[in-house]
Write a protein that binds this ligand. Structure first.
Ligand code: NAP
Ligand code: HSE
Length: 428
């Protein structure tokens, strides 16, 4: 049995996990694909660096082209991260007929269509299960498991760092700054945590999920993004008091041919299954017209969970090789993406207002909502010993994003509204 030879680009957190699983599960993998799978060469930045696994030093190289152009390597596994180099290496590998497995969400969210087109041109596979929600096999589920259904909503907690921060703030009353530092020390956050906390990492993952789920090419620019850096302890406290959890949710919705995709801190009713997803865990809720509600839960990052997705992709490539069906990308998006306008995007909203504490104020505020036909589900005035002004919490019924924005604009000229403290979308 001729072994399948793999070139591994990167031996950090994920690359180390890939080596461990390929070596540790070799017998099982071989019985599934009918050939041994061998890591032939490994690209690193620094060959002299100490590693947490023992690896034959002759396999390590600092020259990417030694791997990309290696005549015996069948599959390239890219787990080094970043964009310019990885794009160049992957395109060259594909043009040489090598299959590619990658965990690189940044690359696939921004250059996925170009890479997949190149793969098809060269009859190669490009699989990227590990790029979204680490160990949860959600991409394969969207493409294969839901191939018979029409997905209308995908809602995800797809960034472990922010979920860890929000969970700690909710459960322990910790401040945002303290927990972010902790998440960095624990290795959950990206090297530059801005992409985690400002929602960009989640937006990249939602781009990939929406493209596959709705079968239309969604671009990163199609995603409206807000992160968690302005979430306060007070917001979380109010959410809890009202029976909600505050979560950074990616939400992709489709109605007929129109879609909307966003990432934003969202109040989720505690009875919704996604509200109970805590810590670094990820979850993806999928609603299909035929199947109804489904939810997928698990580790969204980390060495071994992420590596299981990479090696499962490797197994899929090798099975395709044996069947001679590589490069048949059934998941290629075929529909044009038409985005909803703000007056077509509808949801409930939570608003926290600091207002003057005198007669008639509530009437003036509710008049603004009435003017734009935003109906209110509940209005609550809470005493706050630290704030001499009145604090009013409003939860709306379903309203268009455009109408709520217009109401907020009217508050700018209302002298009784001192501050719009927070506005969140509400789910569940
Ligand atoms: P990492 O720990 O930083 O490892 C990166 C590896 O790539 C290191 O071995 C490094 O070499 C090598 N490398 C980086 N730049 C290089 C260059 N220019 N030339 C040669 N080698 C280079 O990264 P990671 O956490 O494993 O993440 C890898 C990828 O998986 C990223 O795209 C990430 O977004 C994605 N991902 C990660 C996770 C996770 O839990 N970590 C989960 C899902 C997806 P040295 O070892 O010599 O420094
Ligand atoms: N920084 C990412 C997260 C790693 O926190 O989810 C996994 O993609």
């Amino acid at each position: 049995m001729k072994p399948i030879k793999v070139g591994l680009l990167g031996l950090g957190t994920v690359g180390t996990g890939v080596v461990r699983i390929v070596e540790g599960h070799q017998e099982d993998l071989q019985s599934q694909v009918g050939s041994p799978i061998m890591i032939e060469k490994v690209l690193v930045q620094n060959k002299a660096k100490a590693r947490s696994i023992s690896i034959d030093p002759d396999k390590l190289t600092e020259d990417p082209w030694e791997i990309i152009r290696h005549p015996e390597i069948d599959v390239i596994v890219e787990v080094m991260g970043g964009i310019p180099h990885t794009k160049e290496y992957i395109l060259e590998a594909l043009s040489l007929g090598k299959h590619v497995v990658t965990a690189n969400k940044d690359l696939m969210a921004m250059h996925g269509p170009e890479i997949l087109a190149k793969a098809q041109e060269n009859r190669c596979d490009v699989l990227y299960e590990a790029s979204v929600a680490g160990g949860i096999p959600i991409l394969r589920t969207l493409v294969e498991g839901f191939s018979s259904d029409r997905i209308t909503k995908i809602m995800g907690i797809v960034n472990g760092t922010t979920n860890y921060i929000l969970t700690k703030m909710s459960q322990e009353g910790a401040t945002y700054g303290d927990v972010l530092k902790e998440a960095q020390e624990l290795g959950y956050a990206e090297a530059d945590p801005t992409s985690d906390v400002e929602g960009l990492d989640a937006a990249r993952k939602m781009t990939i999920l929406a493209t596959l789920g709705f079968r239309s090419n969604v671009a990163l620019e199609d995603v409206s993004v807000k992160g968690i850096s302005s979430v306060s302890k007070e917001d979380i406290l109010y959410a809890k008091r009202l029976g909600y959890e505050l979560k950074l949710l990616g939400i992709a919705e489709r109605q007929d041919d129109l879609v909307s995709i966003s990432v934003q801190p969202t109040m989720v009713k505690k009875t919704h299954p996604i509200a109970s997803v805590g810590g670094v865990f990820n979850a993806v809720y999928v609603y299909g017209e035929a199947v109804g509600e489904t939810m997928f839960y698990g580790a969204g990052a980390g060495e071994l969970p992420t590596a299981t997705s990479i090696v499962a992709d490797l197994v899929a490539v090798v099975k395709n090789l044996k069947l001679g069906v590589n490069g048949k990308q059934s998941s290629l998006a075929y529909k044009e993406t038409k985005l909803k306008t703000d007056d077509q995007i509808s949801s409930k909203y939570f608003l926290l207002l600091h207002v003057a504490d005198r007669a008639g104020v509530l009437a003036r505020i509710t008049q603004s909502f009435a003017e734009y036909e935003v109906s209110l589900e509940s209005v609550l005035q809470q005493p706050n010993p630290n704030n001499p002004d009145a604090e009013i919490i409003i939860i709306t019924h379903d309203a268009s994003k455009a109408a709520v924005q217009k109401v907020l604009q009217t508050f700018e000229s209302l002298d009784v509204v001192y501050k719009v403290k927070s506005v969140y979308r509400v789910e569940g």
